[in-house]
Write a protein that binds this ligand. Sequence first.
Ligand code: ZN
Length: 456
Amino acid sequence: MCGIIKNCRYLTSDNFNLTTLILISYMFEFKIFKKAKNSRARIGVLKTEHGIVETPCLAPVATQATVKALTNEETENVGSQILIVNTLYLHLSPGEKIVAKAGGLHEFMNWKNPLMTDSGGFQVFSWGFGKDFGIGKILKAKNKKSLTFFLEGKKVRDKKINPAPFGGILDSAERCGINNSQLQNVSASIERGQQPRLLKITDEGVFFTSFLDGKKLFLGPRESIKIQEKLGADIIFAFDECPPPLADYKYMKNSILKTHNWAKVCLETKKTKQALFGIVQGGRYKDLRQESAKFIGSLPFDGFGIGGEFGADKNKMSEMLEQVVKELPEQKPRHLLGIGYLEDIPKIIKAGIDIFDCNVPTHYARRGIAFVHAQGRNSGHNFISFEKLNLKQAKFLKDKSSLDKKCFCFVCQNFKKNYISHLFRAKEITGLRLLTFHNLYFFNKYIEEVKRKIMG
Ligand SMILES: [Zn+2]
């Protein structure tokens, strides 16, 4: 009970009757307390056996049952309420049986607050076409640092490729000035029935090879649910095909049918009291997104995830999200999978998303990038104006100012840019830890500010 009260930051000041929430049973529940007047944004609370989550919020990525570089206490101190753990990584090592014998994920990782596990779908499919782009006819990764597009006979090279296997390609296309309609032409080579080199996708699931020991494995809806039941997170996800972003229309149409069938199998398979979220797919095709949202939204899931890519144009993302959200039941929680750049957050919240997971704050931190309040200029945008600093740059060695003067986190209160820059240049682990702490704190505060401004 203490954990519940401690976590309840926003609602205690918002005439919320906390006693009611505590006295009702520990079954999974989602309550909406306030809706925005000018958008679909809403303030709510997710109640789980391990405490409550105030929404909208970011679920930091704890891929291998830890937020990289932080202890659980630090993750709580930055204001994070719920984490998302990677099912496939834990299945490969140490294996769900070991986690179950240790008393389940909460006990195993000593995290007392709510947890989610993904279905393993995104991970396993990222080892398919995502990897193939390295040798494909259309996209050719010369090395990990650059990506070459072959469009209408011309080569266009992007040297700033993001390591994310899917988002990276779309971001890259955008940087190279390849627009959404051109990208649809490029997509023609991934057709219905085409198989990636390293996977075999069937109507029942996916055959793949473990990158750890070369073992041949299979993952389908039944397997995913059984693994997630053993791991024991509060919220689990249905197994879906995460299609390649460059898939053509027919591929995508066939793919959502597979995802829809698998959704029904997941509902039939689940035997535990864990909350199960269905996943909407459909890529960048508006009608398929709507079709998927209608179908998945009609099934008795406890909440809904929205997966996959929306196309290279970020404005299209908000439009598409609104279309999807419109088709989903109003009273159930909505989770946006794997999207959460700082500049996307206001759009995501306005579209009516309650939780989103993203590795941006932690991933960037480990590469020396800090998100901080912008200095002395007003971007003209309604929310906190921010900038990115690369602490690896030598110029910061002479900078005696705190990392972010407007941030009240432990790192900004105690450390200066010169020292953090030195730690990164000397490859000291402490540098990664300090920036991870600050970035997550900054993201969580940013979300609070967006919520405050949107809700009025
Ligand atoms: Zn800070």
